[in-house]
Design a protein around this ligand. Structure first.
Ligand code: PLP
Length: 401
């Protein structure tokens, strides 16, 4: 009998679709083809200067020991202060675990909370990595559809229906990737009310876009005292601080959970890059609003321009004006079943994204987000590029028969 070379767990693991598309864009560009990429969730802004300078100073110190597994204490303190200042909630540094990106913080959380077979409620559409991370942690994802009518918000009724005695975690993400949907205090409050009747359910609140909200300040799940002792917040420095490649994120959890997550991390990555930690500390210690506001303003301008364009030229894509993050999630259902000028039939959003890539504009198909009738476009791209990208998109879609 030949044994499989790759474990079942990993063999079934999906490739991160966004990263796969990014590689295809690189390949096409290497072949000399021009591609406008509206693909990735990484800000097109430089790392803020105080962060850069702190990193250089940390390198010049010349020593780089292994960091404490849970992160440098001053950084954990600064993160705790940030949540206290921003959301008015008490957080102690012992509740904070710094990781190599918030993706790792999410994985640490799931490994810490889930026993095999326990259920994790995930509203659809979802960020691409939730599902694979739940599988890796041997949990069972329970997908709950949402509707464009509620701008893809999970409703209290749908949540109530999805909860079983096996439910362990509800994942919330606000502002959300891929939709930009941002829950108001009243909406979150209604969901929390449901959870009050189900004390065995934990909240994993992914707040990575918390500073990129265009209408009003976001609300943290930690603000709800009723579930604070069973809430884990995951956040990081990849978005508002524009440092995704530095790989730095964190979780905030009740102390026993933070300690258990630290144990996981101690046996896997042993703590996040120490230079990045010192640099991030400089970012959190200064005037955060001054660092983030210019970028947020640019994103808001782009969002408004795209929304105007799409509502005028593509009502069939049902554009929804995102309240936060930097994505539009658009229906391509009107184009499924149509043929490209080369005669290829478009069955799913993957086919649409493949076709658009051939036409020189890269978008992410919604399949990885749980909806194969949609595509996601990112506006972490200069406005001039966005304008050209949208025109290309329109031309390509009009050429379908
Ligand atoms: N959560 C969401 C919703 C995201 O969109 C991303 C990145 O795109 C992450 C988490 C992971 O971010 P990080 O770079 O901190 O691992």
């Amino acid at each position: 009998m030949t044994l499989p070379r790759i474990s079942e767990r990993v063999a079934n693991l999906e490739e991160a679709q966004t990263l796969g598309m990014a590689q295809r864009v690189r390949d096409r560009r290497a072949q000399g083809k021009e591609v406008i990429s509206m693909l990735l969730g990484e800000p097109d802004f430089p790392v803020p200067l105080p962060i850069q300078e702190a990193a250089i100073a940390a390198i010049r110190e010349g020593v780089a020991p292994y960091p404490p597994v849970a992160g440098l204490l001053p950084l954990r303190e600064a993160i705790a202060h940030y949540y206290e200042r921003q959301y008015g909630v008490p957080v102690s540094p012992q509740q904070v675990v710094v990781s190599s990106g918030s993706k790792q913080a999410i994985y640490n959380t799931l490994l810490t909370l889930l026993s095999p077979g326990e259920e994790v409620i995930i509203p659809v559409p979802y960020w691409v990595s939730y599902l694979p991370l739940v599988y890796l942690a041997e949990g069972r994802p329970v997908l709950v559809p949402t509707s464009p009518q509620t701008q893809y918000r999970l409703t209290p009724e749908a949540l109530e229906k999805a909860i079983t005695p096996r439910t362990r975690v509800l994942i919330l993400n606000s502002p959300a990737n891929p939709t930009g949907t941002t829950y108001t205090r009243a909406e979150l409050s209604a969901l929390i009310e449901v959870l009050q009747n189900h004390p065995h359910v934990w909240v994993l609140s992914d707040e990575i876009y918390d500073l990129l909200s265009y209408e009003e300040r976001t609300v943290s799940a930690l603000e709800f005292e009723a579930v604070r002792d069973r809430t884990v917040v995951c956040n990081g420095f990849s978005k508002a601080f524009a440092m995704p490649g530095w790989r730095l994120g964190y979780l905030i959890a009740p102390v026993d959970i933070a300690q258990a997550a630290t144990k996981v991390q101690g046996q896997t990555t042993a703590g996040a890059n120490i230079i990045a930690q010192k640099a991030a500390l400089a970012g959190l210690s200064g005037d955060i609003e001054a660092l983030v506001a210019p970028m947020r303003k640019a994103f808001e301008q782009r969002r408004n321009a795209i929304y105007t364009y799409l509502s005028t030229h593509h009502p069939e894509m049902h554009p929804y004006k995102p309240e936060g993050a930097f994505y539009f999630f658009l229906s391509v259902a009107a184009y499924l079943g149509k043929k490209t000028p080369h005669g290829t039939l478009l069955h799913t959003a993957d086919d649409v994204a493949d076709y658009l890539l051939e036409e020189g504009v890269a978008v992410v198909p919604g399949t990885g987000f749980g909806m194969n009738t949609h595509i996601r476009i990112s506006y972490a791209v200069a406005l001039s590029e966005i304008e050209r990208g949208l025109q290309r998109l329109t031309q390509a879609l009009h050429a379908l028969a």
